[in-house]
Write a protein that binds this ligand. Structure first.
Ligand code: FES
Length: 139
């Protein structure tokens, strides 16, 4: 496995550039997004969690009861440990959500409160309720 390490926005970025089984990943164009208000770069279409991992970000959320940090665990959309607030929408599984230019990605604290003045609030609640991977509140 060959990795590529270089500087990007003040942090070392590390990515697999040649995997022994999967070969070289196909990358989209480099795009800028924000993580908790800080500009970062990633590749369009890669999972948000991958762009964050490459930039050294390990914590995606804090649990509701014990406020323990969580990050990538399953990486296949099952555990909900990677959920974050993306463009104002809470409980987004970042391991399964493609990165796009200009995204506003924020660390989620517990089950993120919803801004009821947001015109998208009703649709976001319905979508979250229908999700098979609702964020666990028992930890
Ligand atoms: S890491 Fe498990 S759902 Fe994303």
């Amino acid at each position: 496995m060959v990795t590529d390490e270089r500087e990007g926005f003040g942090v070392a970025m590390s990515r697999i550039v040649e995997h022994p089984i999967m070969g070289a990943p196909i990358k989209g164009i480099r795009v800028v997004f924000t993580y908790d208000g800080v500009e970062m770069e990633g590749y369009e279409g890669e999972p948000i969690a991958m762009a964050l991992k490459a930039a050294g970000v390990e914590v995606h959320r804090f649990t509701a009861k014990r406020h323990e940090p969580r990050g990538i665990f399953c990486a296949i959309g099952r555990c909900t440990d990677c959920v974050m607030v993306v463009d104002g929408k809470p409980n987004v599984r970042t391991c399964m959500t493609p990165l796009a230019a200009g995204m506003d990605v924020r660390t989620q604290d517990g089950v993120a409160p919803l801004d009821l003045d947001d015109p998208r609030a009703e649709a976001l609640v319905a979508e979250a309720a229908a999700s098979p991977a609702a964020v666990r509140e028992d930890e």
